[in-house]
Design a protein around this ligand. Structure first.
Ligand SMILES: Cc1cc2nc3c(=O)[nH]c(=O)nc-3n(C[C@H](O)[C@H](O)[C@H](O)COP(=O)(O)OP(=O)(O)OC[C@H]3O[C@@H](n4cnc5c(N)ncnc54)[C@H](O)[C@@H]3O)c2cc1C
Length: 203
């Protein structure tokens, strides 16, 4: 099943969902390296009245990706249309992937994710896709702007930037989205990250 998202997304990121950082030219060479892999839902947490966070673990092989990239998600039986979702975390040692999904009124996939998807369910991820990734050679200060679930790719990029040794100033301005709690611990106390949020944030 193919959604217009799929076609749109192959040529780049949906720029209306955030703005950011320089594009890394080396990602072009990865463009055809895509996997279609089963993942299992570990947990689903409501993060705002309209956004849930879905944590997925690989059933077998995991998908390598760069922070800022996105995946196509569909149910195992292909009863729900495949949709694009940005990966909301930098790569972890347990290979889990987080997605932030906004419920769209009358939306097929987002309704299904909010209403029917449960821990233990298996989904299929295809990807990674996208060119909205950071230039690893850059040490310039960086400003990340995100609205709603547009926080997802920003959070992945920020986590990766905070894990790197480069001493750069990082600022996140986020509105109407979840509190970026995973970024507010020891990382922010390192003094490199400033976070401003507004709107109806809820954990
Ligand atoms: C690169 C990329 C990354 C993305 N990342 C994220 C992300 O991290 N988080 C996130 O939440 N979303 C993300 N999206 C958006 C996501 O892919 C979906 O578009 C979104 O979840 C809505 O899908 P849906 O199936 O719920 O809605 P759809 O079923 O596609 O419906 C969307 C809207 O159209 C209306 N509609 C549908 N069919 C008709 C019709 N025949 N006539 C009139 N109206 C109709 C629906 O009522 C609804 O309001 C991303 C999109 C792209 C392209």
């Amino acid at each position: 099943m193919t959604h217009p998202n799929t076609l749109e997304s192959k040529s780049g990121h949906d720029s209306s969902r955030g703005s950011s950082v320089s594009i890394a030219p080396q990602t072009q060479s990865r463009i055809f390296e895509r996997d279609e892999l089963p993942y299992r839902v570990q947990r689903i947490r409501r993060r705002t009245p309209t956004i849930v966070e879905v944590w997925l673990a690989p059933v077998a092989a995991s998908m390598p990706y760069l922070p800022g990239e996105y995946v196509l998600l569909e149910d195992r039986d292909q009863r729900v249309e495949q949709r694009s979702y940005s990966i909301a975390n930098a790569q972890r040692s347990d290979d889990q992937i987080s997605l932030l999904v906004t419920r769209i009124q009358g939306g097929q996939a987002s309704d299904w994710i909010h209403e029917r998807l449960r821990a233990g369910d298996e989904v299929i991820l295809t990807g990674p896709y996208g060119t909205f990734v950071a230039d690893p050679a850059s040490s310039a200060p960086c400003l990340y702007l995100a609205g709603g679930s547009g926080l997802a790719p920003m959070r992945a990029l920020l986590e990766a930037a905070l894990q790197s040794s480069a001493q750069r100033s990082l600022t996140l301005i986020s509105w109407l989205g979840p509190k970026p709690t995973c970024l507010t611990g020891s990382c922010s106390s390192a003094g490199r990250l400033r976070i401003r949020t507004s709107g109806s944030s809820a954990r």
